[in-house]
Design a protein around this ligand. Structure first.
Ligand code: ADP
Ligand code: MG
Length: 677
């Protein structure tokens, strides 16, 4: 048996077991060794029941008085008394009815888990269980716990793992010798992951294997960047005179950050390699005008620009803004969405080059849309677009030349992610707000005090201001009902009409047709609608400077970045603005809400969001999920730095992946998943 042997060559692994392993991609002994434990239990810490205190505990006990109860909502609860010589304690398992038949009478088991107050009593909740005789006394102290695969339980997997123990050492280094440096050897690290007995060694093992993953990820980004440098793009000559004129014609002075970013962009555009730049700036920092300036430059050079937005509302608003900004300079702006009535005519114009700047949603990259000379693509809220869509956009470019790419995002990307997931992008940052902005006042409101809130809102309405009122769901569903009182947008709409009689109330949600949405949005922009009851459709980019109040219902159901985005819809003019976060119940607000109440700094909040939710949810789950990092955390800044330095050195020293077959495979996969081209 060696690392490449099929796992059926491991003693005790038959066809059936092999099939189960195949479900999680484990086919060879090598794959098996990379099926890492999901947790560890230290059974040597087992103490007497009479001594336990709240917190993580391990006890060795017999099971008595097993009881199963079912709640109406479908929840099952197994309850038991754990008994040792010193006393007894209660254990409960939620939704694990099989526990009823899992224990043998009079047999001792180890139970490990959290001992805490729940439902009025102290109990051990969802403890993991090992039969005491299965845990080698005095031998293994720390036991690996594996994620069960169907009928294959942790213990079964551990047993199979034990049989391949000896081949860990055969594992060759994934990384070039020079890179490995002082890190633990790979084979040793893999061994430690499964059979380690000392915390310190196991920590080093995690660091080592995490480093492998991050090194490959960072290297993939850097290689993509190098590949990108080989592509040809049209050079856009910078027309200083006319651009200066454009800037002079704006109704405001550009901020220093806007000038700097615009300068970085026009310099990129002059080059014959495609720009690959992310314009990152908090909500309201003024990204649109920077993009507008880039559009103007490209058009002056005879090119076309595609401006892609994630929603139709936003596309519509961008088209309008750009028309206002550029129309007077002879630039022809068109809006192409999925339902454009004049679609055919517009597509014809795009092909003939009669439109200079085409704004739209995904319709911009749909079948049959041919550009005459696509030189620049601007993508707003870039992390909402998948890799495939970006690729399609690239294919629309004029004969063989790649378009320059400018992505914009208001969700700041923490440094660690910039180096890993977004490694190939150059970044311009708008870290300065336009002058005259008044800080938005944020307040958490208990649902018990909404009456007082309505009074505050009414004051704003009387002053002529407008209100956003955001709910999390469209209709009340039974499922959500059981989690508490979710305010359905339609019901709230009816309610708000009664609360704010005399003021026009509008309704906006994702299930409306785009025509319906447009009508409401136009009425809100024009000031006819005073209170807009909406779902998160209004989350990104919408700009109504007269709106001064953002009320978010069930605010605890939203993510931090999402709340920050929502808050960014107000405070866009010179009026004092307010954001009221109404919680779903009157219990004490979550950490997330307290963070958002405390800070208006998008960068700080993004970092917190990353800590609370992890990168997958925020920066495109699918994309990140496929990256399949088993050990490393992309937000582990120290390790990311180390991996980045190593990748730089590897490339500088002329390292060639051809000599590292296994690494090359992994890097190529990452390259495909993270590339922008
Ligand atoms: P975002 O970065 O969120 O996309 P926008 O581009 O929508 O922000 O700009 C927000 C508002 O700020 C707009 O009304 C815009 O006209 C205005 N604005 C942009 N730049 C400046 C500036 N330098 N000075 C004053 N107002 C500005
Ligand atoms: Mg914007």
């Amino acid at each position: 048996m060696n690392l490449d042997s099929s796992i059926t060559s491991v003693k005790g692994v038959g066809e059936k077991t092999a099939e189960l392993f195949a479900r999680v991609g484990v086919r060879t002994v090598r794959d098996l060794l990379y099926y890492f434990p999901r947790a560890y239990e230290d059974f040597s810490r087992a103490g007497a029941i009479s001594d336990i205190k709240p917190g993580r505990i391990v006890v060795k006990a017999r099971v008595e008085n097993l009881k199963l109860s079912r709640r109406r909502c479908g929840l099952t609860i197994v309850e038991a008394s754990l008994v040792d010589g010193s006393g007894a304690c209660r254990a409960i398992w939620f939704n694990q009815p099989y526990r009823m038949t899992a224990f043998k009478e009079g047999v001792e088991y180890y139970f490990a888990g959290e001992f805490d107050m729940g439902a009025g009593r102290y109990s051990l909740t969802n403890p993991s269980v090992e039969e005491a005789s299965e845990v080698v006394e005095g031998g293994v102290k720390i036991q690996a716990i594996y994620r069960a695969i169907g009928k294959l339980k942790s213990r079964d997997i551990g047993r199979v793992m034990g049989k391949v123990r000896a081949v860990c050492g055969d594992m060759r280094e994934l990384l070039p010798e020079g890179v490995v440096g002082g890190l633990m050897r790979r084979g040793e690290a893999v061994y430690q992951m499964h059979f380690g007995e000392a915390e310190e060694e196991m920590t080093r093992a995690r660091e080592r294997l995490g480093f492998d993953e991050l090194f490959a990820l960072v290297l993939a980004g850097k290689l993509n960047k190098i590949e990108n440098q080989k592509l040809k793009a049209m050079s856009v000559k910078f027309d200083a005179e006319r651009v200066r004129e454009f800037v002079k014609g704006l109704p405001y002075e550009l901020t220093g950050a806007q000038r700097r970013s615009a300068w970085e962009i026009v310099q990129d555009l002059e080059r014959t390699v495609p720009m690959n730049r992310l314009l990152q700036g908090d909500v309201g920092s003024g990204k649109t005008v920077v993009a507008g300036l880039a559009c103007y430059s490209a058009v002056l050079a005879g090119g076309q620009v595609a401006v892609m937005a994630p929603t139709e509302i936003l596309a519509g608003q961008h088209a309008e803004t750009l028309e206002k900004m550029l129309g007077g300079h002879g630039v022809k702006v068109g809006l192409l969405t999925g339902k454009s009535r004049n679609r055919k005519e517009l597509v014809g114009k795009i092909t003939d080059g009669d439109v200079d700047v085409v704004v739209g949603t995904h319709a911009l990259i749909s079948e049959g849309v041919e550009y005459r000379n696509l030189v620049l693509a601007v993508i707003d809220e870039q992390h909402r677009f998948g890799v495939k869509q970006r690729q399609k956009l690239m294919e629309k470019a004029a004969d063989g030349a790649a378009p320059h790419l400018l992505a914009m995002t208001a969700t700041p990307i923490p440094r660690s992610l910039q180096l890993t997931l977004f490694g190939e992008l150059d970044v311009s940052v708008l870290d300065e707000m336009p002058k005259g902005r008044v800080e938005i006042k944020t307040e958490i409101v208990s649902p018990n005090s909404v009456e007082q809130l309505w009074e505050k809102v009414r004051v704003e309405l009387e002053a002529g201001r407008q209100i956003y009122y955001v709910c999390s769901q469209i209709e009340e569903s039974e499922d959500l009902d059981s989690r508490g009182d979710v305010r359905a947008v339609k019901k709230e709409f009816d309610k708000m009409r009664k609360v704010f009689t005399g003021y026009e109330v509008g309704l906006l949600h994702g299930k409306m047709t785009s025509e319906e949405k447009d009508v409401v949005m136009e009425d809100f922009v024009s000031g006819k609608v005073k209170v807009l009851v909406a779902t998160t459709v209004v989350e990104v980019g919408v700009n109504v400077p007269n709106a001064t109040v953002m009320v978010v219902r069930d605010a605890d159901r939203f993510g931090l970045s999402q709340l920050h985005q929502l808050r960014g819809r107000v405070g866009r003019g010179s009026f004092q603005s307010y954001c009221y976060l109404v919680t779903s119940t009157s219990v004490k607000p979550t950490r997330r809400l307290r963070e958002i109440e405390k800070s208006t700094d998008g960068f700080y909040l993004a970092q917190k969001d990353l800590e609370i939710r992890g990168p997958g949810e925020i920066y495109g789950a699918a994309q990140h999920g496929e990256l399949d990092l088993k050990i490393a955390k992309v937000d582990d800044m120290a390790l990311v730095r180390k991996a980045t330095r190593a990748a730089d050195e590897f490339l500088k020293s002329g390292g060639d992946l051809l000599n590292y077959e296994e690494l090359a495979g992994i890097v190529r996969r990452y390259q495909r998943l993270t590339t922008l081209n």
